[in-house]
Ligand binder design. Structure first.
Ligand code: PGA
Length: 246
């Protein structure tokens, strides 16, 4: 199997890392005014999104032809719940940019028809000609979105049962203890088909999973290792997350 080189950048601080992530996103939308961006949620990309929004506004960059899709969502958690991925993306990106609904397509967490909801996401992405840039974090178990260990390598949007690690760690996003069992997510094939993949990790808690991602063979048992097979991938980490590599 041919492994391509990940563009690995180690930054002195979370701020520098986030500035570089925002710059990469800005470049994508400058080079392709109708870019489709796929956005993760979580603690990791928060500052990158704030800086991206700031640059779009201060530099008056036109994003009116861009579109944004979510990487994933907690199935069954309504968008008004502040722990939902939808709430997060509106709070950190869509509302600050005053994006109209027709530029946004998110997973329907309350769907009664999971297959149709997934098919609609895939269709939206296909109609836009694919994802130009996908921003992801790395889960403590190596998940990308809700592609948990053991995910199907050839999957597009799908529903996946969450691992206990994800259920436990995921509580940090919710104001009160919330039942989370399944995630609806872009699939690993969708990740691999995105033109650029920017994976972010910061803090020493991520040092071990970053090391494993880079050192272990590419396998669905550690989905984050697929970054090494992606032809346009970037891994931006801060020096704490890089501590096992140095
Ligand atoms: P985090 O989540 O950014 O909150 O660490 C990352 C992930 O689970 O993908």
């Amino acid at each position: 199997m041919k492994l391509l080189t990940v563009e690995l950048k180690i930054f002195n601080s979370y701020k520098n890392q986030s500035e570089a992530a925002a710059a990469l996103m800005v470049n994508v939308v400058l080079n392709k005014p109708d870019a489709l961006c796929c956005l993760a949620t979580g603690d990791t990309p928060k500052l990158a999104y704030r800086l991206f929004v700031e640059r779009i506004k201060t530099e008056k960059i036109d994003v009116s032809n861009c579109a944004f899709v979510g990487l994933d969502e907690w199935l069954g958690v309504p968008p008004k719940n502040s722990g939902s991925c939808s709430y997060y993306l509106y709070e950190h990106v869509f509302n600050p940019l005053q994006l109209p609904f027709n530029q946004i397509f998110l997973f329907d967490a309350l769907t009664e028809n999971e297959a149709s909801s997934c098919a609609k996401m895939d269709m939206f992405i296909n109609l836009r000609g694919g994802i130009d840039v996908m921003i992801t974090g790395i889960g403590m178990n190596g998940h990308i979105g809700f592609n948990e260990p053991g995910t199907d390598e050839y999957s597009h949007a799908h529903v996946m049962a969450l691992h206990n690690t994800t259920k436990t760690i995921g509580q940090k996003y919710f104001a009160t203890k919330t039942a989370i069992h399944k995630g609806i997510t872009q699939g690993l094939a969708t990740v691999m088909e995105s033109k650029k993949l920017l994976m972010l990790a910061n803090g020493k808690a991520k040092a071990q999973i970053v090391q494993k991602t880079l050192e272990e063979p590419v396998s669905v048992s550690l989905p984050s290792t697929f970054i090494k097979k992606h032809p346009g991938s970037y891994l931006f980490i801060d020096k704490e997350a890089a501590q096992n590599l140095l």
